[in-house]
Design a protein around this ligand. Structure first.
Ligand SMILES: Nc1ncnc2c1ncn2[C@@H]1O[C@H](COP(=O)(O)OP(=O)(O)O)[C@@H](O)[C@H]1O
Ligand SMILES: [Mg+2]
Length: 369
C-alpha cells in the first residue's frame, strides 16, 4: 500500500467555446498509507478530475503527483498500481462473474493458479462465492457493485480509487454497502480515495475528508473537526444536515445582537471578537443546537431567542421548526414533543457553547483562541 501526494496540482481544460477552464486549482494534500480519505463537494467542483489525475486518466496541467515514493506524472495508468471503481459498475455483460473478476488479471498475464487464488480470495471477502457462475444481469444492484469492488481487489493495488460507487443504489442498500466498504477497508488495510457528493457518506466513511468547492480545496480534516470547526461558511453549510444556520449580527459590548435576541457572549469569546466591536458578523448555529425551552435539559437556559414559527416538519424522531431571523430562514431541530404552533411566538434556547463566528467579508471562520 502507499501514500498519495499532490504538490500544487492544477488542471485546466481548454474548451473551444468557453476558453480555458480551471477544474482543479492549487491542490495540495498528503493521503497517508492505509488511510481512507473522502473527497466531497457539489457536482462539478473537481472531485472526479482529482481522482482521474491520481489514476493517470487525466494529465495535470502543472504540479506533481506522488504515489508511494514515485513521482508518477509521466507514468501510464496501468503502471501506477491503482484500481478504480466507478459509479456505473462497467461489468462485461456476456461474461460470468468469475470471468469478470479474472479478466484484468489475464490481461496482466498472471498465471492461472494465481488468478484462481486471487478470485477465490476476493469472492470470499465479498460474499460472491455462490454467484461466480452467474452473469451480471442475474445479480442485484448491490451484488453488481460488489463485483465491481471485487475486480479492484483481485488486482491487489497500492491504492483504491472509488468514484461515487454507491450512487446507483437505493437508500437502504447504500447504507449496507457503506458498512461493507468500511469493513473492507479495515480488512484490506488499503489506501482508499473515495469521491462522493453526499456529505453523510463522506462523514461516515472518511477518516479524513477533503471538502472541495469550485476546484479549490476548502478544508481537509477528520469528520468531527469539520463539524465542530469548519474553516469557512462553505464547509459550515455543506457538512451537516439540516445545514448550519447563519444569522447576521453585530457585536456590541461583548454581546452579539441578532434579531430576536441579544446573546451575552462568554468572556473568552467576547475577547476573541474584540476587533469586530461595532461591526457586522455572521453567527452560525446548527439546528440541533437550538432547543425548545421545555426540552432544554442538557444546556443552560440562560440564552434564548424568541421566534415566530413559519413551518413545522415532523420527522418522527425530531421536529424541524423554520422561522426567520432578519432576512434569513433558520431551522431548529427540536424534540418531537416540543410545543410549537404555526404563526405563534416560540422561545428557543441557544447552546452558546456551540456558536460559530464568521467574517462576512471573507466568509472565513473567526478563530477565537
Ligand atoms: N474533459 C473535460 N473537458 C472540459 N471540462 C471538463 C472535462 N472534465 C471535467 N470538466 C469540467 O471540470 C469541472 C469539474 O468536473 P468534475 O471533476 O467531473 O466534477 P465533480 O466530479 O466534482 O462533479 C466541471 O465544470 C466539468 O464540466
Ligand atoms: Mg464526478
Amino acid at each position: 500500500m502507499a501514500r498519495v501526494v499532490f504538490n500544487n496540482v492544477r488542471k485546466e481544460f481548454v474548451d473551444e467555446k468557453k476558453g480555458t477552464f480551471t477544474a482543479v486549482e492549487n491542490s495540495e494534500f498528503v493521503i497517508e498509507d492505509k488511510e481512507f480519505v473522502v473527497f466531497v463537494g457539489p457536482s462539478g467542483c473537481g472531485k472526479t478530475t482529482s481522482l482521474r489525475m491520481i489514476a493517470g486518466l487525466e494529465r495535470q496541467t502543472s504540479g506533481d503527483i506522488i504515489i508511494g515514493d514515485r513521482i508518477v506524472n509521466d507514468l501510464h495508468p496501468k503502471d501506477r498500481d491503482i484500481a478504480m471503481v466507478f459509479q456505473d459498475y462497467a461489468l462485461y455483460p456476456h461474461m460470468t462473474i468469475r470471468e469478470n473478476l479474472s479478466f484484468g488479471l489475464k490481461n496482466l498475464k498472471k498465471s492461472k493458479a494465481e488468478i484462481e487464488q486471487q478470485v477465490k480470495q476476493a469472492s470470499s471477502i465479498l460474499g460472491l462465492d455462490e454467484l461466480l457462475e452467474r452473469k451480471p444481469r442475474e445479480l442485484s444492484g448491490g451484488q453488481r457493485q460488489r463485483v465491481a469492488v471485487g475486480r479492484a481487489i483481485v488486482r491487489n493495488p497500492q491504492v483504491f480509487l472509488f468514484d461515487e460507487p454507491l450512487s446507483n443504489l437505493d437508500a437502504k442498500l447504500r447504507i449496507q454497502m457503506r458498512v461493507e466498504l468500511a469493513e473492507l477497508h479495515k480488512r484490506l488495510g488499503a489506501t482508499i480515495v473515495y469521491v462522493t457528493h453526499d456529505q453523510v457518506e463522506a462523514m461516515t466513511l472518511g477518516e479524513r475528508i477533503v471538502v472541495m468547492s469550485n476546484g479549490i480545496i476548502q478544508q481537509i480534516a477528520p469528520p468531527t473537526e469539520l463539524y465542530n470547526k469548519p474553516n469557512n461558511m462553505f464547509v459550515a453549510g455543506f457538512i451537516g444536515s439540516p445545514a448550519m444556520n447563519f444569522m447576521d449580527a453585530t457585536i456590541e459590548n461583548g454581546k452579539a445582537f441578532v434579531e430576536g435576541a441579544q446573546i451575552a457572549l462568554p468572556q473568552a469569546v467576547a475577547d476573541g471578537l474584540k476587533s469586530y466591536e461595532g461591526k457586522k458578523i455572521i453567527v452560525g448555529i446548527r439546528p440541533e443546537h437550538l432547543y425548545g425551552e421545555e426540552f432544554a435539559h442538557t444546556v443552560s437556559k440562560e440564552h434564548t431567542m424568541d421566534v415566530t414559527v413559519q413551518v413545522i416538519e415532523n420527522l418522527g424522531a425530531d421536529n424541524l421548526l423554520y422561522f426567520k431571523v432578519g432576512s434569513r430562514m433558520v431551522t431548529a431541530r427540536v424534540h418531537p414533543e416540543t410545543i410549537a404552533r404555526l404563526g405563534e411566538r416560540k422561545r428557543l434556547v441557544i447552546d452558546i457553547s456551540k456558536l460559530h463566528f464568521f467574517d462576512p467579508e471573507t466568509t472565513q471562520r473567526i478563530a477565537l483562541s
